[in-house]
Write a protein that binds this ligand. Structure first.
Ligand SMILES: [Zn+2]
Length: 99
């Protein structure tokens, strides 16, 4: 199953939050958030299988590093997968090549 892609845009609501979003020297990292679609730098054959159902899981969301202060191992993203049979989830860090 593939969920249609929905881009997510951070909307920090306080000055403190505004100061942590994005990177000083990288305009792309920190903006690669979305629901559905296909994960950056990860093919469908690399999708995890559900531990209970033993079936490939559905890609649900990509969450980017927030910014310089909360960087995930050099601008990595979190890929989130869900099993629509039992609703278990898995998430892991991925280094993308879309910096
Ligand atoms: Zn399952």
């Amino acid at each position: 199953m593939e969920i249609p892609k929905v881009k997510l845009v951070p909307t920090p609501e306080t000055q403190e939050a505004k100061e942590i979003v994005g990177y000083k020297w990288n305009p792309i990292a920190g903006t690669r958030h979305f629901l559905g679609g296909k994960p950056d730098a990860l093919g469908e054959t690399e999708y995890p299988c559900c531990d209970s159902c033993k079936k490939p899981m559905t890609f649900y969301a990509q969450i980017d590093s927030i910014g310089d202060n909360y960087d995930l191992a050099d601008c990595m993203v979190i890929h989130n997968f869900v099993c629509f049979d039992c609703f278990s989830v898995k998430a892991f860090l991925t280094q993308t090549n879309t910096l």
